[in-house]
Design a protein around this ligand. Structure first.
Ligand code: ATP
Ligand code: MG
Length: 285
């Protein structure tokens, strides 16, 4: 039987969320002792656990059909692969940082400076686009110590909270790239594999939608229901059910995370009571 081969990070920041995504998609992994490779017993998929740096190459070479990796790695490795879905986790930015006491006013600051990074390809592209002439020092880790030991004037590194930069006396001055985990694909999949990929993508999208939405239930006096309904976007239209207590109804709907707090306030003001908010597991529209 044909199986879709997916490459995910073996250990590190993307590993947990990648495994969780498969679980949320109802894809159970066999807990084999073989830590390089496993398979699912309820979905035609084989899972390879690899260093994230190697994933684009494996997908280009069709050793894996698809992979989960940060956009930063996709752009740095510049392999022949397609980004097919943004996955909403592993969010970070690739930023320029300099010593805190430096006066950085614009990218022009970087002219004739030394920049330490593990992302030479992305940085060179950024410098070219901004017509900056600077020297790139490629190093393989602990980039944040480079200015302190006199190796470079600036660094380009991944940042999420900025605490590592702060601890090393650096300040973030420019964002080169915003990144999150993405699903990449070898463009030459067989028809059977494409069909499995479509099933997988359908599930990923249902899981992503559900994560961004909440199910909401509330009670309201009947004379307030029309106003409350006007506040609720709903998937089609809200469900309204009579309560045992005469003159009262229960209203059910779906709310987007982004507009959530705003709408809850308005619902309360309009007379809603006993508001319950429940996570949604899957959402198929
Ligand atoms: P590997 O051993 O697989 O090569 P790694 O050390 O290169 O792992 P991790 O530090 O585990 O990589 O990060 C994997 C990815 O997680 C990064 O490429 C990036 O896309 C994402 N990421 C999210 N937040 C951060 C962050 N604060 N710092 C670094 N990477 C982050
Ligand atoms: Mg790596």
């Amino acid at each position: 039987m044909t199986k879709l081969k997916i490459a995910i990070q073996k250990s590190g920041r993307l590993n947990d969320d990648s495994v969780q995504l498969l679980k949320d998609c109802g894809i159970d992994l066999k807990n084999g002792v073989n830590k390089l490779k496993t398979e699912s017993d309820n979905f035609p998929m084989e899972i390879y656990f690899l260093r994230d740096d190697d994933i684009p190459q494996y997908v280009e070479d069709a050793v894996a059909d698809i992979g989960i990796v940060g956009e930063n790695v996709v752009y740095e490795k510049n392999k022949n692969v397609e980004v097919i879905e943004h996955l909403g986790f592993g969010k970070c930015r690739l930023s320029i940082a300099v010593t805190r006491t430096e006066n950085y006013d614009s990218v022009q600051y970087l002219n004739n400076k030394k920049i330490a990074t593990t992302y030479p390809v992305i940085v060179q592209k950024f410098l070219d686009e901004n017509k900056i002439n600077a020297e790139i020092h490629e190093i393989s880790g602990s980039v944040e110590i480079a200015p302190g030991i006199g190796l470079a004037d600036a660094i380009v590194d991944l940042v999420s909270s900025g605490s590592t930069l702060f601890m090393n006396g650096l300040k973030e001055v420019e964002t080169v790239l915003r990144s999150e985990a993405v699903l990449i694909n070898n463009g030459n999949l067989s028809t059977e594999k494409k069909q499995i990929l479509d099933k997988f993508l359908f599930r990923i999208r249902a899981v992503k939608k559900a994560k961004n939405n909440k199910y909401i239930l509330l009670n309201a006096p009947n004379n307030k229901v029309a106003e409350i309904i006007s506040l609720l976007p709903g998937m089609k239209s809200p469900t309204v059910l009579p309560l045992a207590e005469p003159g009262w109804s229960s209203v059910h709907s779906v709310l987007n995370e982004n507009e959530f707090w705003d709408i809850i306030e308005k619902l309360k003001d309009a007379g809603a009571q006993g508001i319950l908010v429940i996570p949604i597991e899957k959402m198929i529209l």
